[in-house]
Design a protein around this ligand. Structure first.
Ligand code: SAH
Length: 267
């Protein structure tokens, strides 16, 4: 007898609960249907920096929208305060949506927020979004994995928590080289010089890379280069945050296409 496939239960976004919702990389058309439903159900929305206005257009009229990122007026809302706000609003019977850029569980401190809400006895659900590292290279028509070029992909942060020694780039470079992995670096622009230096201990200078800034937004810009030229390319092209840096042979075809001499220069 064939087991019946389980029907997904339609999601509900109820008063007194919180939903951590992935707003995707920028383009509002990349929102999931579930994200749109959550946003439209919210009476209070706590919104991060990197969430575009087109995403907020799905909020119901009269919903309270609180910008808690650096561009929201205040310098940067402390994490503890955001968590307190969510708990307070949920206890007051609001349907709270915490809107985060990309996916809430990729470098978004979503894990910490879920733990905090659960510890406070608040019901919380998480709605995935398309993470910037996935969207960035896709906008250039290049896959993160490819049977000929990359067996896997690593999402890694260039920004360590204060007091943490951070990513071991040298170990990562060796592994990426041996195991043929694509590296997708988030928050790597400000420490690009050091990342470049350390990655070069295990990866060849001619390893292709792409830098994609404001992926999927009308303001998107990108550059294709090589690991040996990472810092110079950022400076030369004037690229800055938010950007993902994608390192690996999957970028190679694109690099050759766009800048036929880029690979030859450092080979
Ligand atoms: N949760 C987010 C990541 C938050 S960390 C996600 O899943 O995408 C913030 C970093 O994400 C930025 O420094 C940048 O590296 C990356 N990022 C976010 N939006 C981006 C975009 N539209 N284009 C390129 N990089 C982006």
């Amino acid at each position: 007898m064939n087991p019946q496939p389980a029907m997904p239960t339609p999601s509900e976004f109820l008063p007194g609960t919180v939903a951590l919702v992935g707003a995707g990389p920028g383009d509002p058309e990349l929102l999931t249907l579930k994200a749109v439903k959550a946003i439209a159900s919210a009476t209070v929305l706590l919104v991060d920096d990197l969430v575009s206005d087109g995403v907020l257009a799905h909020a119901r009229p009269g919903a309270r929208i609180v910008h808690v990122g650096k561009r929201g007026g205040c310098k940067s809302t402390p994490q503890a305060f955001i968590e307190k706000l969510m708990v307070m609003a949920a206890r007051e019977g609001e349907m709270v949506v915490r809107l985060k850029g990309g996916d809430p569980f990729i470098f978004g401190r979503g894990g910490e927020e879920v733990e905090h809400l659960r510890a406070a006895g608040i019901e919380v659900q998480v709605v995935n979004g398309i993470t910037a590292g996935l969207a960035g290279l896709t906008t250039l028509g290049v896959p993160l994995t490819h049977r000929e070029h990359a067996h896997g992909v690593v999402f890694v942060t260039g920004h360590a928590k204060p007091g943490d020694s951070g990513t071991d780039w040298q170990a990562l470079a060796r592994t990426a080289h041996q195991a043929r992995l694509t590296l997708v670096i988030y928050m790597g622009v400000s420490s690009a010089a050091q990342i470049q230096r350390d990655l070069l201990t295990g990866l060849p200078a001619h390893t292709p890379l792409a830098i994609v800034q404001n992926a999927t937004l009308p303001s998107q810009r990108h550059a294709v280069s090589t690991l040996g030229e990472l810092r110079a390319t950022l400076d030369h092209e004037g690229l800055g945050s938010p950007a993902v840096i994608v390192v690996g042979d999957v970028v190679g075809g694109l690099a050759a296409l766009q800048a036929p001499d880029a690979l030859a220069r450092t080979a």
